[in-house]
Design a protein around this ligand. Sequence first.
Ligand SMILES: [Zn+2]
Length: 166
Amino acid sequence: MKRTSSLLQYNNMRFLCDQMLGTLAKWLRLLGFNTFYVNNEMEDSELLQIAKKEKRIIVTRDKELFIRGKKQNLKVIKITSTDLDVQLIHVLNGIRINEEAIFSRCSLCNTLVKKIEKGEIKDKVPEKIYKYNKIFWLCPKCDKIYWMGSHYNKIITKINEIKNND
Ligand SMILES: [Zn+2]
């Protein structure tokens, strides 16, 4: 789970998910992808601008946004399924997922997380979690703590599912 900048570049695709795709956005972040999640108040024109400026691939369920993005020569992926696995397979089709980049990003706010000394989070996680885990990460922005627990295994399982679908 050691991370270097060169490893992170594996997952150098950036996404922008529309407001209907919150769960997908969360999962893309967990897999290490820089993912902007659109909040309700944003106008389509505003998010098209962000996608253009930050070279993000737009992932949307909105037909109108899809058409507008295409017209501006942006990369747009149109999602039709409401099933998370199908959505992930669709978006990540052909993209290599770097297992080293998993947990490099906060799933809530997209910030890069930092490895933290175990002692520093002693009172912040349940006792059992503290006892059975060695490596912890902290989001410097929202203070969420991550560890290689069952969630990590869930992600690995999902990645393997996606790979098997290639
Ligand atoms: Zn965060």
